[in-house]
Ligand binder design. Structure first.
Ligand code: ZN
Length: 134
């Protein structure tokens, strides 16, 4: 079951360049900067009420974020839905004929289990399921 929008992912060329906008203009606080090797990204998280913003910077030219930036430039990259059972969400999506990017959950930022659905199956929105913080 989905319980909330966990975070919104935003692709940036440089976290160092983007953080001052979120801190100084929007008045948010950068809570954590972390590298996520499984996705070849560096992430920065900002809390805003119940939802977080996740900035994503590629750490390698073959990172999915590098490819996204090349094609579309910086901008909204994905919406992450918190789920109490990521594996079951994937099974439901598969049964409905959705194309998955991750057949099984992978290690995401903050030690969460995450999995992505292909935007072709989600009306153009790259969608992530993520677990509670472990
Ligand atoms: Zn995410």
């Amino acid at each position: 079951m989905l319980t909330k929008v966990d975070h919104i992912g935003i692709a940036v060329n440089s976290i160092d360049e983007a953080v001052p906008f979120y801190e100084n203009v929007l008045g948010l606080k950068c809570e954590n900067i972390e590298e996520v090797p499984s996705q070849k990204v560096k992430t920065a998280f900002f809390a805003l009420g119940e939802v977080h913003l996740e900035l994503l910077e590629p750490t390698s030219p073959d990172s999915p974020i590098a490819k996204f930036l090349e094609k579309k430039g910086p901008g909204v990259h994905h919406i992450a839905y918190r789920s109490n059972d990521v594996q079951k969400q994937l099974e439901t999506a598969t049964a409905a004929g959705c194309k998955l990017i991750n057949e099984t959950p992978i290690e995401g930022a903050g030690g969460k289990k995450v999995a992505f659905l292909h935007p072709k199956s989600t009306f153009g929105v790259l969608s992530e399921f993520c677990s509670e913080k472990q």
